[in-house]
Unconditional design. Sequence first.
Length: 301
Amino acid sequence: MHAHDDIRIGTLVPAHDRTAEVIRQLLPHGFESFQLSFGKSVGDADVAGIAAAVRRVLGEWRGDGAEPPPRVSALGVYGNPLSSPETVRDWERLVDAAADFGCDLVSGFAGRVPGRPVPESFGRFGEVFRPLAARAEDRGVRLAFENCPGFGTWELGDRNIAHAPRAWEAMFAEVTSPAVGLEWEPCHQLICLVDPLPQLRRWAARIWHIHGKDATILWDVIREHGIRGGVPYAHHRTPGFGDTNWTDLISTLRLAGWRGSIDIEGFHDPVYRDALETTGQVAALRHLQACRGGPFVRNVY
């Protein structure tokens, strides 16, 4: 077993013709995994070409040997599969391509019937994802649904139902495949005023992937304006700069026997952005590695 091979710390990288070069430049900073995001659509991306280039860069990397060799943790696409046949095809393409990247996980939004309450999407979710889950099982791939509300509520929304435990329970009842699970992060829960740690303890066994994104809640704004008063009451933050206790979060994961990657989701922090984007992400990497226990020390007992 390599050091900290149970929980890797990595980052998200957009999937495009320069992905391999971006990863090449990030590797010396110590990132251990990379989720490749195709955004809202795979479109005309050369998926096979990206896979070959990325695997070549990862295969050529020679680190210090103290940490596990880097790898692709997941492929992501974030359209609405309940209203877009193109997004369904994107899920199919990435499920089929996952092995070429050396990974077994595809993630994205569960989708939503636009403009309708969450429960009205459950039937359509089953129609779309039962065959996708069967396809994934046949290929040894898992599917993970992000917990982002996308500015939606239980009553109204346009892209994702997988943002609350009541929805997860109904989704997993509709699609009973063991291949389906969650892509979870504390940020979205904090912004919904949910304590993420009890939720993590309850759902860790169904979480396949974690986004390293945090939030800062402006409680003084909430006390004055509430959360529907038109005044921003929270900021998405890079880990280490928000309200989450990542030491407790990682300890909770390890107590649950969890294995996987926490991949930093950048390009959201209102402070560490633009010229400070990579500075913030590397600071987040160091913070999460410290919360994971610091440098691995082999037992002598």
